[in-house]
Design a protein. Structure first.
Length: 493
């Protein structure tokens, strides 16, 4: 891959090392003063980490208005991902997603979205006051998951809402399904609306030709990438990449500075600098190894009778234009074992931490740090679970309804509206004043302003009975829900 800039450089990380070498006497914050005021922590993690947990200063630049080493590192970041401008995001990709949305739609304006978006998108609608126009993702009843949206779904949403200002796409979904991103972005461009890509689980796409196309390659206006998920940087570090053909970088920076901290972690930013260099220079060969591991893992798992891991054969199914093989979803439903049970047993009995578990499947994510040894351990553990816990019956959940509830109020109206607490059984037909989801992945079963249906209640009960992790609600037991007090009869479009 050819770059305009010297991707071997790490301006920020280099400046951090030079700062440490100088042995500066600190009279600024943070108060632990290079770890001397947090000795137990320093003794465990080591000198370097605490000595580089520092505050903004001239030699290390200022994130809110970078002019030197952060600016240079962000330019390298944009170059590596094929964009015009890049921004360090240290509030996680949730904040990068919120920045994208708030940069292009304001109160009362419409944005087209897949309904299986992450909660950060819904939260951005609360903050901005924008109106959601939902596209229905394609459903997979066998795996019990939503795949991606199609061009047909985008066309339908736009034809019904031609005043929409932007559209957001997921690339890929949590379970690896990528849509026809080039066609989706072209449709938006031809109609003068912004295209935003939530690439939280697709950071690695840009660095290997056998993976789905990345947001910048497809010509999108924005791409939010979780470098910490599949790019190798530290947890919570992320990036926002933009194409400045239709929107200015300084304008976007204004929205970042609204809510991003003025005391950013240099440990997080430095890890992005190094991860970017690694991807740019060695991403292809590193991902060659990851793809080979994913092939071995999927082949080994699919050789176990009664166990299935969805893979590239899914391409061609509705909503699966391309597939990310590093997403290893494993279902043992044919053996009577649900995804959360598999998730729990792998952790508690085999010391394997999976990414998530749901009603049917458990998900493993393969990335730059995995090994054949760890893959073998996973395959052997799955075989052992089958022998010890496999049953003669197939799990069938009649009550899984992959259709989503109707939007009655905007998320912002529902968030700020007057609410009351009612029992789960009494919430039927009411308008939700909270967002309830199984986490991860954080896709709401019901969101702010949506009407609670029998299906919503049944899915909540199903999550509870399968020991899923449910978040977002006021009552941690989900025995009660917060609903809007005033009845709303008029459905908003």
């Amino acid at each position: 891959m050819k770059y305009k800039l010297n991707q071997n450089q790490t301006p920020l990380f280099t400046a951090m090392k030079e700062y440490r070498d100088r042995q500066v006497t600190p009279f600024d914050v943070p108060g632990h003063k290079h770890g001397r005021g947090l000795k137990e922590y320093k003794d465990y993690f080591g000198d370097a980490m605490l000595e580089l947990d520092v505050n903004s200063m001239k030699p290390l630049d200022f994130l809110g208005n970078p002019t030197s080493v952060i600016k240079e590192s962000e330019e390298l970041l944009a170059d590596a991902f094929g964009g015009d401008r890049g921004f360090f995001i240290i509030n996680g990709t949730s904040f990068a997603v919120q920045t994208m949305i708030m940069s292009v739609v304001k109160h009362g304006e419409k944005i087209i979205l897949p309904r299986n978006v992450h909660k950060s998108v819904i939260n951005a609608l609360v903050l901005s006051g924008a109106l959601p126009v939902y596209m229905k993702p394609e459903m997979d009843s066998e795996m019990g998951v939503s795949h991606n949206v199609t061009l047909k779904a985008l066309k339908k949403a736009y034809e019904q809402n031609p005043d929409s200002k932007a559209a957001l796409f997921i690339n890929p979904t949590y379970y690896g399904a990528a849509g026809d991103l080039r066609s989706l972005v072209k449709f938006c461009r031809d109609r003068g609306i912004y295209s935003l890509v939530d690439e939280a689980h697709g950071t690695h796409f840009h660095f290997h030709p056998d993976l789905p196309v990345s947001g910048m390659e497809a010509g999108a206006d924005f791409s939010a990438v979780s470098l910490h998920k599949t790019g190798g940087s530290l947890t919570q570090s992320s990036a926002l990449i933009i194409n400045t053909e239709r929107i200015g970088g300084q304008y976007v920076r204004r929205f970042i500075n609204l809510m991003q901290t003025t005391s950013p972690s240099y440990l997080l930013m430095g890890s992005v600098d190094v991860a970017r260099k690694q991807l740019a220079l060695h991403g292809k060969e590193m991902l060659d190894e990851v793809l080979a591991l994913s092939h071995c893992a999927r082949s080994g798992i699919n050789s176990i009778k009664g166990v299935y891991s969805m893979g590239p054969e899914a391409v061609g199914r509705p909503g699966v234009y391309h597939f990310d093989p590093t997403k290893l979803s494993i279902t043992m439903r044919n053996l009577g074992i649900n995804g959360m049970e598999l998730y729990d047993r792998l952790r508690d009995e085999y010391n394997i931490q999976m990414e998530t578990g749901d009603v049917y499947s458990s998900l493993a994510i393969l990335s730059l740090g995995d090994s054949m040894e760890s893959v073998d351990h996973l395959i052997r553990s799955i075989e052992d679970i089958k022998q010890r816990y496999g049953k003669n019956h197939r799990l069938e959940y009649d009550k899984i309804d992959l259709n989503y509830p109707d939007v009655v109020l905007t998320p912002r109206e529902a968030f700020y509206g007057e609410k009351e607490r009612v029992s789960l059984s009494d919430s039927l037909g009411r308008i939700s004043g909270e967002t309830i989801m199984s986490y991860p992945p954080g896709i709401p079963v019901v969101g702010y302003g949506e009407r609670i249906t029998e299906s919503v209640i049944e899915q909540i009960l199903l999550f509870k009975s399968s020991h899923g992790i449910i978040t977002g609600m006021d009552d941690p037991e989900v025995s009660h829900l917060k609903v809007l007090k005033a009845p709303v009869l008029k459905k908003r479009r």
